[in-house]
Design a protein around this ligand. Structure first.
Ligand SMILES: *Cc1c(COP(=O)(O)O)cnc(C)c1O
Length: 404
């Protein structure tokens, strides 16, 4: 059982008043809130051992280095990577995708193909378009069905011996749909294509085991799993990471530098040019600890309860359409109200203290599919409550009456 009051007490921001009302934060798919355990880790770093890592001989530097590398190991263990060096610390999911997309520039030719899906975040579309423009490779798209699920029968036909890469998100940020990545990975591997899974949206809701998935690349952002912004990671199978060239040149990623020739550092440092967000990375490790302490099984079960409750209540509202209706979803509900612009609803809800997202959610192809400009998205976390949902529903009904 989840002790929701105890959990909520860990999040200072949940005490805030917005426009005189208690904050109801339903924009967790955009970024999660931060528990005091993580805030304390940030304070501790800057008050006790702020220093640059991997080079100093002094105490602060070695303490910071140890804490930084411990955080890497926490990420490694959480996602069950075989070795810590397979975890590249990045500035976020977007950075992680770009490392791989850039790396494949040297590996793709004009006859090669990259397959993406129609339900991707722009971060997992644009870098592949850029890669295809550079290399002449062809970009193919797995279409979605009206439910928000991917049409796997079409995927079967898109795969050819020219397919070099398949990139799909684990969970769609705009719809909450969980994609059948096990099946996608297996099918892609039958054609010797590498698979990159964007786990930015799934990581907050359930654990992924990269070895069991046998996935080639997996990535996420810390700010969606109770960590700070500006931190993410890229998991890659060692053989792949060794094969890919570095993304950026600079300090930390080198072995030897002279003007005649520079040799690169080994993994993971080859991909970690420059001073990273040291404090943020350490704090992200504490965020994973925090969530694991509650337990992802507990989190998942509780969030599904919230999802079911909110879905049933929303469907009672006249003129309301939910986008993304498969049975396998995380706690994200994207919806529209007939004849009312999502932005107007979002603005009125804010007046009542409720934070939801409105718009295209960085996934314009999905909006094009449904021929809408955007949706209202309510996305829940383990610190939300049924009571908040009840309040949200009554405020939504009020907003609809005001706008109709
Ligand atoms: C949030 C998100 C991203 C981008 O994450 P950043 O932290 O902005 O780099 C990519 N893909 C999905 C599915 C997301 O939800």
């Amino acid at each position: 059982m989840i002790d929701i009051q105890k959990i909520r007490a860990d999040f200072p921001i949940l005490q805030r008043k917005i426009n005189g009302k208690s904050l109801v934060y339903f924009d967790n798919a955009a970024t999660s809130q931060t528990p005091k355990q993580v805030i304390d880790a940030i304070t501790d770093y800057y008050t006790q051992y702020n220093a640059n890592i991997h080079r100093g001989v002094h105490t602060l530097s070695s303490e910071a280095t140890d804490a930084f590398e411990q955080a890497r190991q926490k990420i490694q263990k959480h996602f069950n990577a075989k070795e810590p060096c397979e975890i590249i610390v990045t500035s976020g999911a977007t950075h992680s995708v770009n490392i791989v997309a850039h790396g494949f520039q040297d590996l793709l030719g004009a006859t090669d193909e990259v397959i993406v899906s129609e339900v991707e975040h722009h971060s997992n579309i644009v870098p592949w378009q850029m890669l295809c423009q550079k290399t002449g490779a062809r970009l193919k798209v797995i279409p979605m069905k009206h439910s928000g699920a991917l049409d796997i029968s079409v995927f079967d036909k898109l795969l050819t011996t020219n397919t070099k890469l398949v990139v799909v998100n684990h969970v769609s940020n705009a719809l909450g749909t969980i994609n059948p990545i096990e099946e996608i990975i297996e099918k892609a591997h039958n054609y010797n294509a590498a698979v990159l899974i964007d786990g930015a949206q799934s990581s907050a809701h359930f654990k992924a085991d990269v070895q069991e998935l046998d996935v080639d690349f997996y990535l996420a952002s810390a700010h969606k799993i109770c960590g700070p912004t500006g931190v993410g990671f890229l998991y890659g199978k060692k053989a792949w990471l060794e094969k890919l060239p570095p993304y950026q040149g600079g300090g930390e990623m080198i072995d030897q530098v002279s003007f005649e020739k520079t040799t690169y550092a080994g993994l993971p440092h080859k991909f970690e040019a420059g001073t990273p967000n040291i404090c943020g990375v350490i704090a992200s490790g504490y965020a994973l600890d925090y969530m694991n302490h509650i337990g992802f099984d507990v989190i998942e079960a509780y969030e599904q309860e919230l999802l079911n409750y909110a879905t049933n209540e929303l469907l009672k509202i006249k003129g309301l359409t939910i986008y993304g209706t498969t049975s396998k979803k995380t706690a994200v509900i994207s919806f529209g109200i007939k004849g009312i612009h999502p932005y107007d609803i979002g603005t009125l809800l804010d007046k009542m203290g409720i934070a939801v997202r409105t718009g295209h959610h960085c996934a314009q192809p999905i909006m094009d599919y449904y021929q809408i400009s955007g949706t209202i998205r309510a996305s829940f976390a383990f610190y939300n409550t049924k009571k908040e949902i009840t309040y949200f529903i009554s405020c939504l009904e009020k907003a609809i009456m005001m706008l109709a």
